[in-house]
Design a protein around this ligand. Sequence first.
Ligand SMILES: Cc1ncc(COP(=O)(O)O)c(C=O)c1O
Length: 398
Amino acid sequence: MWMYQLAPAGTPISIPDLAYWLHAQFNQSGVLEEFRQSICDRYGVRYCFFVSTGRAAFSLVLEAMRECASTEKDEVVIPSYTCYSVPASVARAGLKVRICDIDPRTLDYDYIALEQADFTRVLCVASANLYGIPNDLPRLGAIARKNGALVLDDAAQSMEASIQGDFSGTLGDVGIFSLDKGKNITSIDGGIIVTNRDDLGSLLQAKVAALPEPSLKTRSLYLIKLLVYSSFLHPRLYWIPNGIPWLNLGSTRYTVNFLKESYPVFLASVGKRLFDRVGLITASRIEKAQYLIKKIKGLDNIQLITNPSYISPVYLRLPLLIKRDHRDKLMIRLKQAGIGASTSYPTSIVDIPNIDSNLFRGSCHSEAGRWVAKMILTLPTHSYVTKADLDRIVLKFR
Ligand SMILES: Cc1ncc(COP(=O)(O)O)c(C=O)c1O
């Protein structure tokens, strides 16, 4: 059993996927065009651009928004608990962060706090849609609009989630998706920008066209990562990379020195192939999460995330809130059982160890964000999770 280790997140890339990838090398830009068209058709967007990472997408969008808005607007509202890449992208765009605390019951913004925020210099409000659970975008959008701010619908973690039939990523002025390794679909790395706004669309088109191409070294690294990821994500093999300390799998680091380059076109065929079956991949995640929710609901010390009924999550992972002592014990037990649970981002945004305090503007009230950082545990929902794994997880909780 010790050799069986489920990764906390991931999307398997199969041998037929690799065969398709190899075959598609003869028509790389044609496949990228097909991928772009599939995104535009499915999400009903006119503009769709590919870049090196979700972070690059996020910061390019902010740069474009800044050029569209009045010059004194230089702040981006982000939640007190989210992925460290979010403040890093704001910093990289040369803008400031305005923190708004979250509601720990939903992991969404605390909308009373958002209503009361000082919007004088706010350029945009970013959604987070963590773990595939969409934020209440209609409510967020209404507050942003009332205060003259734009909305960046960050669907890095929530591709295919929806609100009343509208897809996550399409519910703001501009949206982004991530094609990183732990996301709903992956091409190892990559970011997608979508919008229906002509002004932002043309600005972004120029910005994306001006990005440098990935170097030969970077492309070689992508190739190695693709082969390693597709081989070692399997639970019978994942213990190997997971046991190599310098790989630091699943660790959360804050850095503003991320790649801001063109998308590595030779990886588009992997993303396109997974996007062709994104409905199936998503349905399987939802089914697993719902099974766990049904079994775990009502247990002592465990709090499930609750959302309005009009929100349809995709559960990239299943987040739970658990009292700290209990959480740490449970993590050990799950690890011993080969289940890749995760304690997710270890701190709220304001407590990130090496973050520049000059990045923040206004009150950094983050009580709920800090509380969630201490209590959160996420469970895997990906395709390698079997019914037997789900039952073992439930057993550990009981
Ligand atoms: C909410 C959120 N936004 C943006 C990003 C950045 O995406 P990428 O890892 O592709 O740079 C991430 C990455 O995990 C994320 O979770």
